[in-house]
Design a protein around this ligand. Structure first.
Ligand SMILES: [Zn+2]
Length: 245
C-alpha cells in the first residue's frame, strides 16, 4: 500500500500517488536525503569540535609601552593611580598635560602585540571599552603569562573583537564617556584574564590586578621570541548583553 510504504519519509510523503512505479522512487530519494543529512551532521560535529579546540596562537610581546603619548606617555600625566582600598580605583587615569579636554580624541595605543578580547559601547559609567590580551614571558620564573589591558570611556573604538594588534597601534581615542567626565583614559591592567567587565567577580588584590605603570616600566623591552603560544579565549562572562572573545 503506497501510503504505508511512503510513511517513513515525511519529506516525500506528498509525492506518492499510489501508482506502482512511483512507490520506490521516494524511498530511494529518502535514503539519498538521509545519507546527505548524515554526512552534513557529521560535518557539523567535526567542525564544531575543531572550532572548540582551536585557540588562537599569538607571539609573546617584545615589550610593553604606555597606552598614551606613544611610547612613553609623553605629554600626559597620571591624575589618579591604582588604589585597592576604598575609595577603590582599579587602574590609572591618564590626562593630557594641557588640561581640560585638550586630550579629547587623542589616540590610545595597544601596549603590546596581542588580540582584542572586548570592544563595545557598554554605556552607563563605562561607555566605549576596549580590552586587549597579551602573552609574555615572566622574567621572574620564565613561565608564559597572560594579561588583559582595559581602556575605558573611549571617544572612538578603532578595533574589533578578535582582531590582532601590534604594539603602538591605535585601538581607540580618549573620550569623555559621551560628556559624563572630563576627557581622560581609564586604564587597567589585569593578571586575571577572567575579569572582563565583571570586576566584582574576583577579589580586589594584586593577584588579579597590576599597577599599570609599575608593570609597564618593568617590561619595557623583552626578548623577541618567534615561537607562538596558544591564547586562552572564552574567559569572560557576558556583560550587559556584550560578549568578549
Ligand atoms: Zn579611572
Amino acid at each position: 500500500m503506497a501510503a504505508g510504504f511512503l510513511r517513513p519519509c515525511r519529506f516525500f510523503y506528498a509525492c506518492g500517488d499510489g501508482s506502482g512505479w512511483m512507490e520506490w522512487r521516494p524511498m530511494i530519494a529518502c535514503r539519498w536525503v538521509g545519507q546527505k543529512i548524515g554526512v552534513f551532521l557529521l560535518g557539523v560535529v567535526l567542525a564544531s569540535a575543531f572550532t572548540y579546540a582551536a585557540e588562537p596562537t599569538i607571539n609573546l610581546v617584545d615589550g610593553f609601552d604606555f597606552p598614551v603619548g606613544k611610547p612613553n606617555a609623553e605629554g600626559f600625566y597620571k591624575s589618579r593611580g591604582l588604589r585597592l582600598r576604598e575609595p577603590k580605583h582599579l587602574g590609572e587615569d591618564w590626562n593630557g598635560r594641557a588640561g581640560g579636554n585638550s586630550d579629547l580624541g587623542a589616540p590610545v595605543f595597544a601596549i603590546g602585540d596581542g588580540i582584542v578580547t572586548f570592544a563595545h559601547n557598554v554605556r552607563a559609567a563605562w561607555g566605549n571599552v576596549v580590552i586587549t590580551r597579551h602573552a609574555y614571558r615572566d622574567t621572574a620564573n620564565g613561565k608564559i603569562k597572560y594579561c588583559d589591558a582595559l581602556n575605558g570611556h573611549l571617544n572612538a573604538i578603532l578595533v574589533k573583537v578578535g582582531q590582532r594588534i601590534k604594539r603602538g597601534q591605535p585601538i581607540g581615542s580618549i573620550g569623555t564617556n559621551f560628556g559624563m567626565y572630563p576627557a581622560h583614559l581609564h586604564f587597567e591592567l589585569r593578571h586575571n584574564i577572567t575579569i572582563g567587565m565583571a570586576r566584582n567577580s574576583v577579589s580586589v588584590d594584586l593577584n588579579n590586578w597590576a599597577d599599570p605603570s609599575e608593570f609597564i616600566n618593568k617590561h619595557r623591552r623583552m626578548n623577541r621570541e618567534w615561537r607562538a603560544v596558544s591564547l586562552p579565549v572564552g574567559t569572560y562572562q557576558v556583560y550587559a548583553g556584550f560578549k568578549g572573545l
